[in-house]
Design a protein around this ligand. Structure first.
Ligand code: ARG
Length: 295
């Protein structure tokens, strides 16, 4: 239960706009800071190294307010997104392509920033470090805003809500969170589910797998008693695997947001402005609805 409170606190801290798309605030000069050039030809040839900064400042209205901050990206003209594409419907493979809620949201965010999106698939545990060390610009991976991560990276405003749920075999004796004591719990390594379960039930009760699908396979094979994972992937995995069900209990409720380097507040600000537009005009909700069936 304390976890739930912690999550609510973190959620409160992270100005969850997504939670109430109706919340309207004063116009934050929504200039889409195109310092990074209008890359119309969207072919950022590395050899094109001319100092574009020196272009005559296009007459920007509203010189009175704060100047649109400049942001830089790892590769000029590109928004490089780190993800772990084992997490339907947020990110998963369709053939060779990574698609899903995060891919679509990020694509539009990039577009609003005048950038081309490039997705780099990696282990979930590598995402925060990759953002921190500038290997990627953003981590978009159904990633929960969490105190531990906030020590290393910043997060944008939230764009979706996640819920940690429990998957069990149809005939399991486990009926709620209260029954997890002494059980073997499968999780995806490095996720908040992993952290909560280790904290609440002890390291020895937790088996961490490289991804959710593998954890669910282990559950089917009877290697663990249950799997704790985010609700939407849980639904996908249960649909794809016979004999499993999701318990009604909500273990922890969380906010998903985009991880950005603490060093790149200009990028975070630009992303937040773009995200706010996409939340306010219903674009984010539309993408969520496309992938998440109404219950
Ligand atoms: N929301 C959980 C977390 O932030 C799980 C995210 C896993 N995402 C993924 N793309 N595999 O820890």
């Amino acid at each position: 239960m304390k976890k739930l409170i912690a999550a609510v606190l973190v959620a409160a801290m992270s100005i969850s706009l997504a939670a109430c798309g109706s919340k309207k605030e004063e116009e934050p000069a929504s200039a889409p800071t195109l310092e990074n050039q209008e890359t119309e030809a969207e072919a950022p040839q590395p050899e094109a190294e001319e100092p574009k900064e020196s272009e005559p400042a296009t007459e920007d209205p509203a010189p009175s307010s704060e100047p649109a901050a400049e942001f830089t990206t790892v590769t000029e003209g590109v928004l490089t997104m780190g993800t772990n594409a084992t997490f339907p419907p947020y990110e998963f493979y369709e053939g060779e392509n990574i698609i899903g809620i995060d891919a679509e949201v990020a694509e539009l965010l990039a577009e609003k920033l005048g950038l081309r999106l490039e997705i780099v698939d990696m282990d979930f545990t590598a995402i925060v470090t990759s953002v921190q060390t500038g290997k990627v610009d953003v981590g978009v991976a159904g990633m929960t805003v969490d105190e531990e991560r906030l020590k290393n990276v910043d997060f944008t405003d939230s764009y979706a809500t996640g819920v940690q749920v429990i998957i069990v075999p149809q005939d399991s004796q486990i009926a709620s969170v209260d029954d997890l004591e002494g059980k073997l719990i499968g999780v995806q390594e490095g996720t908040t589910g992993h952290t909560y379960c280790s904290d609440d039930y002890g390291e020895d009760s937790v088996v961490a797998y490289n991804n959710g699908a593998t954890a669910v396979q282990a559950l089917q094979q009877g290697k663990v008693d249950c799997v704790v994972i985010d609700k939407q992937p849980a639904i996908s995995f249960v649909e794809a695997n016979e004999g499993l069900k999701i318990l009604d209990t909500e273990y922890v409720i969380e906010d998903y947001a985009v991880a950005v380097s603490k060093e790149n507040t200009a990028l975070k600000d630009a992303l937040n402005a773009a995200l706010k537009e996409m939340i306010d005009d219903g674009t984010v909700q539309k993408i969520l609805d496309k992938y998440i069936k109404a219950e």
